[in-house]
Design a protein around this ligand. Structure first.
Ligand code: SF4
Length: 417
């Protein structure tokens, strides 16, 4: 589903939104050219084995038989028929995938997917994600966040800090976390980290309501109305945003820096987990089921899945299922938006036109300038052009010459975007 671009306030006046965000959810479906679309929020991308089966069955019985993995590690079902929401919702509720109908679109939590599995990182932020999700769903005012507001929980390795979180928690050591909000940070006890993240979201809502511009995300707050990270310490009682949380001990961090690290490569993660990627970010129902048996599956922001409980001996079977299991796979790092025929805005069937290539920078194919779902950081932009053909980082490339043009762009030295 195409994201709405960040608003750009005109000179002298912040943009004021008159409406709430239109992000799809599991209950609020989006109408696309290939049918309805349901986006299912999966905090930290987590699915139990039973939920994997339910999702695969739902894709086959109600949708087009595929599951898209989003750049936040959520799951989308496409090709849903009119009125199928009445069938989908009970399936999801029964599987524990819709714990709070009122909060289903605000459970946007990304966490380091390998946390707790490979011995890296300073804390198991997957546990933080579960606590934060429980607190979020149990807090009535949190339903007022937009469907785009993002919590990012990084275990210190820096793999998810670049994903543009509104509230970012970073494990500094086993006892301490830094909470980042609007360019500033406070130090909190690791045990308080999930509660602090929720309190920071409350500080954002308070600031957004005071600004009156309808901001959905922290970066959209107008100048002079920033969310104050120091509010994480205390209890506020602001009209419309009330709760009774205890005050937190939180000291401001001078000159905070977010750690930056690479995403995990496809392959083994420690002795009992595997990271695989979905070709072009989409899994067939059969490929999703091929991840089982598993203790749990964690969909990742890199459009893959961490299979917890799977040793290296599972690699051949996952390979045979068509999943990307090696970093040198020609499809590793290649992603595409929906394109034709699913999106009316698209100038091309970008998924059919995408070509494999030599490993290098991530590459993303887009059917129009919105570039939905593009990677973060540095990446190669392949944009469908009017009249056929593509622009590779702005340079024209006919469809027949895409492979060499993309390979050159992925492997040539370049300056960071
Ligand atoms: S063509 Fe692609 S980038 Fe453009 S709106 Fe559709 S899905 Fe998004």
């Amino acid at each position: 589903m195409p994201p709405t671009p960040t608003p750009t306030p005109g000179p002298g006046a912040p943009r004021v939104r008159e409406r709430g965000d239109a992000c799809p959810g599991a209950l609020r479906l989006h109408s696309a050219d290939d049918g309805h679309l349901a986006r299912l929020r999966l905090p930290a991308g987590r699915l139990t084995a039973r939920q994997v089966e339910v999702l695969a069955d739902a894709a086959e019985s109600l949708g087009d038989g595929r599951i898209s993995v989003t750049s936040r590690g959520n799951a989308e079902l496409r090709g849903l028929a009119d009125g199928c929401g009445a069938e989908l919702a009970p399936l999801l509720v029964e599987a524990g995938l819709l714990p709070s109908p009122t909060h289903e679109r605000v459970r946007n939590i990304v966490a380091s997917p390998a946390s707790g599995l490979d011995g890296l990182g300073s804390a198991d932020v997957q546990l933080w994600a579960r606590e934060l999700d429980e607190r979020l769903c149990a807090t009535p005012w949190a339903a007022g966040l937009s469907g785009r507001f993002l919590f990012v929980l990084d275990d210190g390795r820096g793999d998810v800090t670049g994903l543009g979180g509104d509230v970012t928690l970073v494990a500094v050591d086993p006892r301490t976390a830094h909470l980042h909000l609007g360019g500033r940070a406070v130090r909190v006890a690791a045990a308080d980290a999930p509660r602090a993240a929720l309190t920071a979201a409350r500080a954002f809502l308070t600031a957004a309501r005071a600004a009156g511009t309808g901001a959905w995300r922290v970066r959209e707050l107008p100048e002079g109305h920033g969310a104050d990270v120091r509010d994480v310490r205390g209890v506020q009682d602001v009209r419309g945003v009330q709760d009774v949380q205890e005050a937190l001990v939180a000291e401001e961090v001078p000159e905070p820096v977010l750690p930056q690290g690479p995403p995990p490569a496809p392959g083994p993660l420690g002795p009992a987990a595997l990271h695989v990627l979905a070709p072009l970010g989409r899994l067939t129902a059969a490929q999703l089921r091929a991840l089982l048996p598993a203790d749990e599956v964690r969909l990742t922001p890199w459009r893959g899945a961490v299979v917890v409980g799977a040793g290296p001996d599972r690699t051949p079977a996952l390979d045979a299922a068509g999943l990307i299991t090696r970093p040198d796979s020609p499809w590793a790092g290649v992603s595409a938006c929906t394109g034709r025929p699913g999106c009316a805005k698209s100038l091309a069937d970008v998924r059919a036109d995408a070509v494999p290539g030599r490993p290098g920078l991530p590459v993303h194919y887009s059917g129009c300038e919105r570039r939905c779902g593009h990677p973060h950081g540095d990446w190669v932009d392949v944009l469908a052009a009017p009249g056929g053909g593509y622009l590779v980082d702005g340079a024209p490339a006919p469809r027949t010459d895409l492979a060499p043009a993309v390979t050159t762009a992925r492997t040539a030295p370049r300056t960071t975007r």
